[in-house]
Unconditional design. Structure first.
Length: 430
């Protein structure tokens, strides 16, 4: 690609919408003008299309190790799905073994991520604690540019932290200017419920949501906010799914606590009726937290609109049906997760903007600009001269989501059957 002049395109920024001509040189914006630009460059008519900042998906799990094999998209396929869907950067995770050096685990994950075709940042998991980790956290922030550290309040038998260690981790992260990304579910309560279910023969897949009830999330959020208040650790709550959690986070923000929140398309668009059916119907939707009753959906959309929830990530962690079948006789063995990178931007455009729940600028904020600010993606989040991370959006393109698509190895899709509008066009394709 050399020079392209895009004429009369609607530019959507987080704070302003306007029409302009835009001149690109090798995908870099060199000039934006609301007056006509004179150039010898190839001309592309942008009438009826949008120019938006490339998206940022702040929550993906590519090649995540599980007992059923790794999640079936790697950094190459996942990044290609991102590009095709209008997303230009991803944040994945480092999950150290207990006792393993955080730095050692991070270096290994960075090597895996080298094949990605988009920029990747990492949330570094803290899966165990002793005071030696304080120095590693400091080094990861200063020497590796790591911004966030992931802690699970669930999964206490392998990667989660007890509350006393959560508190210590928060103090360390706050002292060094980092952010804690927090999976808030009550691990002990979930483990007890699941044990009781299996012991009494409740092993079928449809028991999954009952084993992770809503209070396990919002009680964990409330507990975590107590420690946020005590430590002033900036905390990013991932995949919020309940109305009660929204209320707690809204109150915390009003009190000035340093908190951010994320939700996912599945919690905005799907509900727990998906758990009625045979194994293969239900297993597609086995994820944690589980899908919730419909009454939570309006609260989540309202929270996006009023700023209580800052971002929409996908928690992209797809598996094949063969992998899901590992839990056919025991729902606790079903690998948790679903895909979403490719369809995230279109889902939020279709069911947010076109349904009237979001403005175009709010769509850009939750899909790009807010994550750019929180996680310091300096080239993302706004259309301006010098920007290299822009995407043209065709709002008239239509698609009905199927079980498969060319950018994933998965053969199942939680969003299958939904109709979407809008499609990303790469600047390099003009």
């Amino acid at each position: 690609m050399s020079s392209v002049l895009v004429r009369n395109i609607e530019i959507v920024n987080p704070d302003r919408i306007f029409w302009a001509d835009v001149l690109f040189e090798d995908e870099t914006i060199v000039k934006i003008s609301e007056d006509s630009i004179e150039s010898e460059a190839k001309v592309y008519d942008g009438t009826g299309k949008l120019l938006i900042p490339a998206g940022i998906d702040p929550h993906v799990h590519l090649s995540l190790p599980t007992h059923a094999g790794p999640s079936c998209d790697d950094f190459k396929t996942g990044s290609r799905a991102a590009i095709a869907g209008g997303t230009g950067a991803l944040i994945d995770f480092v999950t150290p073994e207990r006792g393993q050096s955080l730095i050692e685990a991070t270096e290994a994950r960075l090597k895996e991520a080298k094949v990605s075709e988009v920029p990747v940042k990492l949330h570094v998991g803290i899966t165990w604690w002793d005071d030696s980790l304080d120095a590693e956290i400091e080094s990861l922030i200063k020497d590796y540019g790591i911004k966030t550290f992931k802690v699970y309040m669930a999964y206490l038998d392998n990667i989660g932290l007890e509350v006393c260690d959560l508190h210590k981790a928060m103090k360390s992260i706050a002292a060094h200017g980092g952010i804690m990304a927090l999976h808030a579910e009550l691990g002990h309560e979930i483990a007890k419920i699941q044990h009781d279910f299996i012991e009494t023969g409740r092993t079928a897949a449809f028991n999954h949501p009952w084993s992770r009830p809503a209070y396990c999330e919002f009680d964990a959020v409330e507990k975590a906010l107590f420690y946020v208040s005590a430590t002033q650790c900036t905390t990013y709550f991932v995949h919020i799914s309940t109305a009660e959690s929204v209320q707690l986070i809204r109150k915390a923000k009003a009190e000035g606590l340093p908190v951010y929140a994320e939700t996912c398309p599945q919690y905005l668009l799907l509900d727990d009726e998906k758990y009625n059916g045979a194994f293969k119907d239900v297993a597609v939707f086995i994820m944690s937290p589980p899908l919730r009753p419909k009454e939570n959906i309006d609260a989540l959309w309202d929270a996006l609109k009023n700023g209580t929830i800052d971002t929409v990530g996908t928690d992209h962690c797809p598996f094949t049906m063969k992998q899901k079948l590992h839990g056919y006789s025991d729902f606790t063995r079903i690998p948790n997760g679903a895909g979403g990178i490719y369809h995230r931007m279109a889902l939020m455009y279709t069911y947010g903007v076109l349904n009237g729940d979001l403005t175009l600028s709010e769509w850009v904020q939750i899909c790009s600009s807010n994550a750019a600010k929180i996680f310091e993606f300096n080239e993302f989040g706004k259309i301006e001269e010098g920007n290299t991370k822009a995407v043209i959006w065709d709002p008239e393109a239509e698609e009905r989501i199927g079980d498969t698509h060319p950018y994933s190895h998965a053969d199942i899709n939680a969003f299958s059957g939904l109709k979407i509008k809008g499609k990303a066009i790469k600047i390099s394709e003009l």
